[in-house]
Design a protein around this ligand. Structure first.
Ligand code: ADP
Ligand code: MG
Ligand code: ZN
Length: 615
């Protein structure tokens, strides 16, 4: 029986380009500005802060996409301060909560938190205060587990609500709701109950990372109604991106890269396993770097010690799993190196985002080999891959829809592979389109490896391939993801292809002869050109979201009538350019003069030097 998903539409409104939210004429504007200065010590608002506050204070459900460090906390702490009642904040980690409470108390804002492993008497005291007529707390922080498991808490909230004292519900790190995200946390899915119980209380969901699918998933799972979405660009102009083929000499390459470009500067090297962290750290120490490792099986005190040493610059390089990075605000991280393939593009974007918070130029280098893909894939399927602290507490074997989770993880990983194997398109475009943002690659100004070598590219007419792909999307009923379409096009006989009898579709295998990655580039280009649309739909069968390709008939007509041709850039010689690039990184630091020119990506000169090195 072919599986035919049933879909439910998801609704939301884009708030970023509606200027009514930036107005200074809301009844609370004066109070807002006074308290922002007086209590929080800020001179002004940052991008979207005022807008988000106005929308949530107007009573709407609001979804905020704002990069880490953008100032999301203020958008609920300030309303909490000036609105009557208590604001409930759901936050994933006790350490993050404690940090927030400390800052609030310093600013004389009464706040408390409840977590599952707190003494009962301590909890009782907080409940007593919540029950009192004039509850002093302005903010109450809880972990998602608490909401999912504590009936006492829910009753308390009902009680507050009945007295009209539940001002607002805030879901921080909201992307943890989604299986599509890289930090899935099942307890977040239980938060939907809050909207059911308190339909009239505005919900504010905040995250620094969400693809279109994740956003839809969150909106749906939390039951947000006519939600207003605020988002801003996730492009980080001061980060320089490159992908380098990973060889056996990878550690030598890393050592050399750091010595030539970032010696004695602060950086993070992300590794796949705990053992890798230790090996990489040891090797770098031998090479004379001040390096240490950090991973999940160290005891907390040890981890805190290493983190502190790094923050104080007693250690320069931290070799870590993705367990490292949460809540870290070191401004002068000059490089983030990925020793192995990240699990997803969102994850990669987040990890790179820890570099250059001070706005200074910083490097993001990823060492890629296909064998790492196999390794990561295996680790994901075994459930042995280390996760960020946000996603911890998630036990794969206990999850009923684990098959579905595995599928989305594999899809995410495949997209990461195609990012790495792409040696043509701007890295920024590739990251941002994945986060639902369109980006003009001329703005990159050659700050990524691919844009840098654009000179040696030729434009190729791929209209024929484009037509076949659009046709194939139609033939298969416009209900499959891009990776499935590509599988069919390249002639796969996988279980999934067989299950849907797609091996009998007339275009099955027509794209067999194409170079790896070529068809996928054409497909992605069709999405950016609006010929195909990637639609996100919620399936009510599995309760999960998938992204499927649909045809834009109007634009497709132009293609089939011959009014539109599709051109994409190809390197004039793929092999040569790929190898050149790998050498640029290691060979050039010495050729570039100090800091005025980008560290690892050079101009023509080092490339030709690298070229001669090869021969
Ligand atoms: P996010 O949660 O988006 O990662 P935070 O809310 O933790 O970011 O804020 C990051 C930092 O920015 C904090 O130190 C905060 O005090 C500061 N900040 C937030 N808003 C402003 C503002 N309007 N003016 C100056 N500093 C701000
Ligand atoms: Mg935050
Ligand atoms: Zn670029």
């Amino acid at each position: 029986e072919p599986y035919i998903p049933k879909f439910v539409e998801v609704n939301y409104i884009e708030g970023s380009n509606d200027n009514k939210w930036s107005s200074n004429n809301f009844p609370w504007t004066k109070k807002l500005e006074a308290n922002n200065k007086k209590v929080f010590g800020n001179h002004s608002f940052r991008l979207n802060q005022r807008e988000v506050i106005n929308a949530t204070m107007s009573g709407y459900d609001v979804f905020v996409l704002m990069p880490t460090g953008g100032g999301k906390s203020l958008t609920y702490q300030l309303p909490a301060l000036i609105c009557p009642g208590v604001t409930l904040v759901i936050s994933p980690l006790v350490s993050l909560i404690q940090d927030q409470i400390m800052h609030l108390l310093q600013a004389n804002i009464p706040a408390a938190y409840l977590s599952a492993n707190m003494e009962w008497t301590e909890q009782q005291e907080i409940f007593r205060e919540l029950n009192s007529e004039y509850c002093k707390y302005k903010l109450l922080y809880v972990t998602p587990e608490k909401v999912a498991k504590s009936d006492v808490l829910l009753r308390q909230l009902e009680n507050l609500n009945a007295r009209q004292m539940l001002a607002r519900i805030v879901i921080d790190e909201a992307h943890c709701v989604s299986q599509w995200g890289h930090d899935f946390r099942p307890d977040y899915q239980a938060l939907g109950i809050l909207k059911q119980k308190f339909p009239n209380t505005p919900v504010l969901a905040l995250t620094a990372t969400a693809t279109a699918s994740v956003k839809e998933d969150v909106v749906q799972a939390l039951g947000l109604v006519n939600c207003i979405v605020f988002r801003q660009s996730f492009n980080r102009p001061n980060l320089w991106y490159s992908v380098i083929p990973k060889t056996k000499k990878c550690l030598d390459d890393i050592d050399k890269f750091i010595k030539e470009n970032h010696y004695d500067e602060s950086g993070i090297i992300y590794c796949l396993s705990r053992m890798d962290c230790e090996k990489v750290a040891e090797r770098l120490q031998e090479c004379g770097h001040k390096a240490a490792f950090y991973h999940g099986s160290m005891d907390p005190a040890q981890r805190a010690f290493v983190q502190k040493q790094w923050s104080k610059d007693e250690i320069n390089i931290i070799c870590a799993t993705v367990a490292f990075g949460m809540g870290i605000n070191k401004p002068d991280v000059r490089f983030v190196i990925h020793h192995s393939l990240p699990k997803s593009i969102e994850g990669y974007h987040q990890e790179c985002g820890r570099a250059g918070r001070d706005g200074q130029r910083s490097s993001c280098v990823l060492y890629y080999s296909y064998s790492d893909y196999i390794r990561v894939k295996h680790m994901i399927s075994q459930g042995v891959i280390e996760q960020s602290p946000l996603a911890s507490g998630y036990n794969r074997t206990n999850t009923t829809n684990s098959g579905r989770v595995l599928e989305t993880n594999t899809e995410n990983l495949l997209r990461m592979v195609s990012y790495c194997e792409n040696d043509v398109d701007c890295r920024r475009i590739l990251q941002l389109i994945h986060l639902g943002e369109k980006f003009d690659c001329t703005t990159c100004k050659k700050t990524c490896d691919n844009c840098l070598k654009i000179k040696s590219f030729v434009e190729k007419d791929v209209t024929g391939i484009a037509k076949q792909l659009v046709e194939l999307v139609k033939l298969t009923g416009q209900q499959f993801s891009s990776s499935h379409i590509l599988e069919v096009y390249r002639g796969s006989f996988s279980q999934f292809v067989k299950k849907h009898r797609h091996q009998t579709v007339s275009l099955h295998g027509v794209g067999k002869h194409l170079a790896k990655g070529e068809a996928s580039r054409v497909l992605r280009h069709l999405v950016t050109e609006d010929l195909l649309a990637e639609e996100v739909k919620k399936s009510d069968v599995y309760g999960s979201v998938s992204s499927i390709l649909k045809v834009n008939e109007l634009k497709a007509c132009e293609l089939f009538s011959g009014r539109k041709t599709i051109l994409i850039r190809f390197p004039s010689s793929v092999k040569a350019s790929k190898q050149k690039n790998s050498e640029v990184i290691s060979a050039k630091g010495s050729l570039t003069s100090g800091k005025q020119s980008p560290p690892h990506i050079g101009t023509e000169q080092p490339q030709s030097k690298a070229n001669s090195d090869l021969s």
